[in-house]
Design a binder for this molecule. Structure first.
Ligand code: SF4
Length: 211
C-alpha cells in the first residue's frame, strides 16, 4: 500500500465503526479504500461486492486483477493510485445503492477527494459515472472523453472491470480509456508547455461534488 496521511487514516478509523446507515447491520467489513494519499489518480467504483466485503479491500478478485493489469499497461502500480467506492459497505445481494445510503456515506468520499486531491478521477461503471457527473446518460456514451469536474479535477469515465470481464468487446474501450488517463497525467505534469494542457469538453465545471 502507498503512503497514507494521518488525516486519511483518521477518516478510515471513523468509517470503520460507522453506523450512519442500515448497511452497517449487514456488512462484514467496511471497505474504506486503499492506495497512496498523494495519488494523482483516484478510481471510484459503486460499492463493495462479496469478496471486498469479506476482505475489507476494494477491487479484489477477478475484477481487481483486471484493474491491476490495465494499470500496469500504463506503467502505474496499485500502490501509486487510490481506489475507493461511493459506498463503503456492501448492499445485500449487490443491489444498487439507495439514495438515503448515498446521502449518509457521501461525506467520506468527499473527504477522501479533498485529502488526496487527485488530478484525475476515474469513475468505474454506470453508477459512479451517473452520480459523480450528475447525468442520466449511460457509461457507453459517456466514456472515451474527459470532463472538467469538481475543484479543477479531470474526470474520465470508463466501464467497471467486472463489465469488461462479462463482455470482452469492452476491454479495447477500457484500454483506450486507460491510455487517455496516461496521456492526461502526462499533460497535467508537463506544465512547461501550456499549449499541451488537457482539453476537457465544453461541459460546465461542477462547483459542488454532490447536489
Ligand atoms: S455505507 Fe457508509 S454511511 Fe452506511 S454504514 Fe457504511 S460507511 Fe456508514
Amino acid at each position: 500500500m502507498g503512503p497514507v496521511s494521518t488525516e486519511l487514516q483518521e477518516l478510515r478509523i471513523e468509517a470503520e465503526s460507522c453506523t450512519r446507515c442500515a448497511l452497517s447491520e449487514t456488512r462484514n467489513k467496511v471497505v474504506f479504500g486503499e492506495g497512496s494519499s498523494h495519488a494523482d489518480v483516484m478510481f471510484v467504483g459503486e460499492a463493495p461486492g462479496k469478496d471486498e466485503d469479506l476482505k475489507g479491500k476494494p477491487f479484489v478478485g477477478a475484477a481487481g486483477r483486471l484493474l491491476g493489469e490495465l494499470l500496469e499497461e500504463i506503467a502505474l502500480g496499485r500502490d501509486e493510485v487510490y481506489i475507493a467506492n461511493v459506498l463503503k459497505c456492501r448492499p445485500p445481494g449487490n443491489r444498487d445503492p439507495r439514495p438515503e445510503e448515498i446521502d449518509c456515506c457521501k461525506g467520506y468520499l468527499q473527504q477522501q477527494l479533498e485529502i488526496i486531491s487527485p488530478k484525475v478521477v476515474v469513475t468505474l461503471g454506470n453508477f459512479a459515472t451517473k452520480l459523480l457527473l450528475r447525468t442520466e446518460t449511460g457509461i457507453t456514451r459517456m466514456r472515451g472523453r474527459r470532463y472538467e469536474w469538481w475543484r479543477d479535477t479531470i474526470l474520465i469515465p470508463t466501464f467497471h472491470p467486472a463489465a469488461a470481464l462479462r463482455g470482452s468487446s469492452r476491454l479495447p474501450d477500457m484500454r483506450a480509456d486507460f491510455e487517455l488517463i496516461r496521456l492526461t497525467l502526462e499533460e497535467t505534469t508537463d506544465t512547461s508547455n501550456e499549449e499541451d494542457a488537457p482539453c476537457p469538453t465544453q461541459d460546465p465545471v461542477q462547483d459542488k461534488l454532490f447536489p
